[in-house]
Design a protein around this ligand. Structure first.
Ligand code: SAM
Ligand code: DTB
Ligand code: SF4
Length: 337
C-alpha cells in the first residue's frame, strides 16, 4: 500500500541533518534498486520553439526573445537517425519533446508512426507533447508509447507565478488521463524558480498523491535562459537540490529519479551526491531540448570514476516481454577508447 504523506512529515524530512537525510535515502534506495545501476535516456526536440504557453523558465515560449532556432516538426528520417545513435551509445529510452500546448488531430498519425518505428528498434519510448485528451492518450499507448512526460514543476500555490496560460488542475487532469490509458507516468519538477522549501515539499506531496507514484521523476535545476523572466534568478544552493532528491527517494522509494536539466552546471562531486541521495537516471547526450548537457565523454568518465553502469532493456517485440540485462562497466571503458 502506498503511504499517504502529510505536509508536516515532508517538511520534517527537509529539516533533518543533511547526513542523516542522505543516509536514510541511500538505505531506502538500496532496498529498492540495484546499487550503481543508472537508467539512461536520450532526448530530442521534435518541434522547437513558438510555444503558445508562457512558462517563465522556458527558451521555447513565443512570449520571450531567446536565442533558439525555431523548427517545424522534424522529418521522420531525422528522428530515426537520432534514435539509432541513442541506441548505439547505450541509451535504453528515447524521449521526444514538442513545444505545443497540445497535439492537434493532424499530428496524431505522424506521432503514431514515429512511436511504432522507434519501438521496432528495441528502444523504450517517451513523449512530452503538452496536454492530451483520453482519445489521444489511448492511441499513443496503442502505438507503443511507454512513458508520457508531464511535469507538475512546483507547488500548486507557486505555479501561477511561473505559468499563467494553464492551471495546475489541467496538469493533474492530463496526468490522470495518462495513467488511465496504461502508459507509465514521468512527472517531476524544476528547482531554482524562486520557490521556497515548502513549495518543494508541496510539489512532492502532489506527486505522491497521484493514483500511483510516477515510474519516473525528473528533477530539473533551472537553466537560466537569456531573454526569459527568470534569467537573473538567484542560484539554488547545491545542498537544497540534493536534499530534495533525498526526500523524493524516501517518499517514492520505487520511482526512478532523473537528474535532468542543469547537469552541465553541476560539478561531478555534486552529481555524485545526487546519486548517493537516490537519483538513478540521467539524460545522456550533449543536448537536451534547446540547451546543452555534459558531453558523452564527460559522462562516461563520470560513470567510470564512480563505477556506475547503465541499465538496459531489450524489448522482445513478439511476446512484448521486457528482458533486463546489465551492460558491464567494461562496455563503457571500451566506448571511452
Ligand atoms: N511542452 C511540454 C510541457 O511543458 O509539458 C514539455 C517540454 S518542457 C521543456 C519539459 C520540462 O522541462 C518542463 O516541465 C521543465 O520541468 C523542464 N524545463 C524546461 N525549461 C527548463 C529550463 N530552462 N531549466 C530547467 N528545466 C527546464
Ligand atoms: C524534463 O523534466 N526535462 C527535460 C524533459 N523532461 C523533456 C527537458 C529539459 C529541458 C531543459 C531546457 C532545454 O533544453 O530547453
Ligand atoms: Fe511550451 Fe513546454 Fe516550454 Fe512551457 S515548458 S513554454 S509548454 S515548451
Amino acid at each position: 500500500m502506498k503511504k499517504i504523506w502529510k505536509i508536516e512529515e515532508i517538511n520534517k524530512l527537509f529539516q533533518k541533518p543533511f547526513l542523516d537525510l542522505i543516509f536514510k535515502a541511500q538505505k531506502i534506495h538500496r532496498k529498492n534498486f540495484t546499487p550503481n545501476e543508472i537508467q539512461i535516456s536520450t532526448l530530442l526536440s521534435i518541434k522547437t520553439g513558438l510555444c503558445p504557453e508562457d512558462c517563465k523558465y522556458c527558451a521555447q515560449s513565443s512570449r520571450y526573445k531567446t536565442n533558439i532556432k525555431n523548427e517545424k516538426l522534424l522529418e521522420i528520417s531525422k528522428i530515426l537517425d537520432a534514435a539509432k545513435q541513442a541506441k548505439q551509445s547505450g541509451s535504453n529510452r528515447f524521449c521526444m519533446g514538442a513545444a505545443w500546448k497540445n497535439p492537434k488531430e493532424r499530428d496524431m498519425p505522424y506521432l503514431i508512426e514515429i512511436i511504432k518505428k522507434i519501438k521496432k528498434m528495441g528502444l523504450e519510448t517517451c513523449m512530452t507533447l503538452g496536454s492530451i485528451n483520453k482519445n489521444q492518450a489511448e492511441r499513443l499507448y496503442s502505438a507503443g508509447l511507454d512513458f508520457y512526460n508531464h511535469n507538475l514543476d512546483t507547488s500548486p500555490k507557486f505555479y501561477s507565478k511561473i505559468v499563467t496560460t494553464r492551471t495546475y488542475q489541467e496538469r493533474l487532469n492530463t496526468l490522470d488521463i495518462v495513467r488511465n490509458s496504461g502508459m507509465k507516468v514521468c512527472s517531476g519538477g524544476i528547482l531554482g524558480l524562486g520557490e521556497n522549501t515548502n513549495d518543494r515539499a508541496e510539489l512532492l506531496l502532489q506527486l505522491s498523491k497521484l493514483t500511483k507514484n510516477p515510474e519516473s521523476i525528473p528533477m530539473n535545476m533551472l537553466v537560466k535562459i537569456k531573454g526569459t523572466p527568470l534569467e537573473r534568478n538567484k542560484n539554488l544552493e547545491d545542498f537544497d537540490f540534493i536534499k530534495t532528491i533525498a526526500v523524493t527517494r524516501i517518499m517514492m522509494p520505487k520511482s526512478y529519479i532523473r537528474l535532468s536539466a542543469g547537469r552541465e552546471n553541476m560539478s561531478q562531486n555534486m552529481q555524485a551526491l545526487c546519486f548517493i541521495a537516490g537519483a538513478n537516471s540521467i539524460f545522456y547526450g550533449c543536448k537536451l531540448l534547446t540547451t546543452s548537457n555534459p558531453t558523452k565523454k564527460e559522462d562516461l568518465k563520470l560513470f567510470q570514476k564512480l563505477g556506475l553502469y547503465a541499465k538496459k532493456h531489450i524489448i522482445q517485440s513478439k511476446q512484448n516481454k521486457i528482458q533486463k540485462y546489465k551492460t558491464e562497466t567494461q562496455h563503457y571503458n571500451a566506448l571511452l577508447k
